[in-house]
Design a protein around this ligand. Sequence first.
Ligand SMILES: C[S@@+](CC[C@H](N)C(=O)[O-])C[C@H]1O[C@@H](n2cnc3c(N)ncnc32)[C@H](O)[C@@H]1O
Length: 345
Amino acid sequence: MNETMTASLTPDRILQTGMAFWGSKALLSAVELRVFTVLADGPLTGEQLRQRLRLHPRAVPDFLDTLLALGFLRREGSGEQAAYSNTAETQLFLDRNSPAYVGGILEMANARLYPFWADLTEALRSGRPQNEIKHSGEPMFAKLYEDPARLEQFMAAMSGISAGNFTLLAEKFDFSRHATLADIGGATGQLSCIVAARHPHLRCTSLDLPKVTAIAERQIERRGMSERVRAQPLDFFADPFPRADVITMGMILHDWNLERKLQLMRKAFDALPEGGCLIAVDNLIDDDRRENAFALLMSLNMLIEFGDAFDYTGADFTGWAREVGFRRAEIIPLAGPGRAAVAWK
Ligand SMILES: C[S@@+](CC[C@H](N)C(=O)[O-])C[C@H]1O[C@@H](n2cnc3c(N)ncnc32)[C@H](O)[C@@H]1O
């Protein structure tokens, strides 16, 4: 044993993080293969699951027992008769037919982010994106949305990652004094639907690129919110923002460089009445930039996706809000590292 290895100093954390991609990819492949959706109807033996998932015999039981050991499956018994089933969490959040499904973000992580992150070192050296635009240099959303399947996948990913934050925003923010809300870059209309369902007096408009409007209309209809939520096309750089008492931007500011961030905040300021507010929902980095590893990794993910885009702290947001002319700002904790950064006009 190495002399420096003492009882209080072990390499465990280093090795755990260094090898974390094994466990991550096992879960992502399980989502891709629909393991948790197949098991939603009840327990299956390893052989039954193997046939349903069309796996090679070598994959079983290692793959399933790995998911068991990671805490994503349960198993009754052992050997060939052992029956695998979902845990309470995977049954609720990873069955594709569950209304609480969050696997959209994992499907996108598996198909896109996992291979792109293999080029993190190159991104760190070059400052350049490593995704679909790596070789073309085209704008990221235009390139991504050329392929309808990727567009749908990105929309499902956003719904998966944002549902918890929007639900808490609807609970925690006092919408009672406001009548209208415009969600800029609203994707499927999820924020508008969740907030309007919780606050029946509000009328909401979800605005996103024209290719997204039909998807949002379908989702708003499916959620039964068509009476109070509208979807409208908007290019948030080229078009003026509609007037609204509250303007929300869910994971929008982090997609852009500082100049674009300020441009979007100014446009929001101009479209708000006195007493109105801009609410940016993002994974805020802690002000001292020491603790919130998820938000910092998200910011590195913005390097991979866009190059010059970056995540930010509450203090950054407050400073930009002042620069734009807002009276004051406040930060409201949402789900996990999620925060609502609110700027009041
Ligand atoms: C990271 S997603 C966030 C989606 C959603 N607000 C959420 O928080 O889950 C960014 C959104 O910005 C939209 N977007 C990108 N460029 C845009 C533009 N120029 N005008 C309007 N929307 C745009 C994308 O289509 C996408 O829906």
